[in-house]
Design a protein. Structure first.
Length: 156
């Protein structure tokens, strides 16, 4: 609730036939906008509602002086974020504090844009020009305890 009070303009919703059919909640996080849950009612999907709401978040972010949107996505939503112009980045996390080099060794083709080894975790983010499910699965097979997810970034 505190976040709503700070940036109520980053709560975007859509109505259809007199009822709320979609919403996006975003927040300011240092140098970017973190886009949280994006939801569109099932009977209102594929009508451009999600895209329109995302454009509204972009407009409001620019008005606030922000120029980067970041979000994590469920696998079934990845095509939507690509269609909105977001760049996919593979995030890999392993609960071992000294494994970043091992994680990096499995990647042969993509640029590492962020890495971290702290508090018992090794984390890596790779800039991929498209979603690479084969690489994602390779990480999951090679490191069964790792967590992977695509994080989407858009510079506006």
């Amino acid at each position: 609730m505190e976040q709503f009070a700070k940036t109520p303009q980053l709560l975007v919703f859509a109505e259809r036939e007199g009822r709320v059919c979609g919403c996006i909640l975003a927040s300011v996080e240092e140098d970017h906008i973190l886009v949280g849950p994006v939801a569109v009612a099932e009977d209102s999907r594929r009508m451009g509602i999600g895209s329109a709401m995302m454009k509204a978040v972009e407009t409001r972010a620019r008005e606030m002086g922000q120029n980067t949107l970041i979000l994590g996505a469920r696998e079934e939503a990845e095509p939507f974020y690509l269609s909105c112009g977001f760049q996919p980045n593979l995030f890999i996390q392993l609960s071992e504090s000294d494994s970043v080099e091992r994680l990096k060794a499995l990647n042969e083709q993509y640029k590492v844009i962020w890495e971290s080894q702290q508090e018992g975790w090794s984390r890596l983010m790779l800039r991929t020009p498209q979603i690479d499910k084969a690489l994602q699965r390779r990480y999951e097979q090679e490191f069964p305890a790792c967590y992977t997810q695509y994080v989407f970034i858009k510079h506006i």
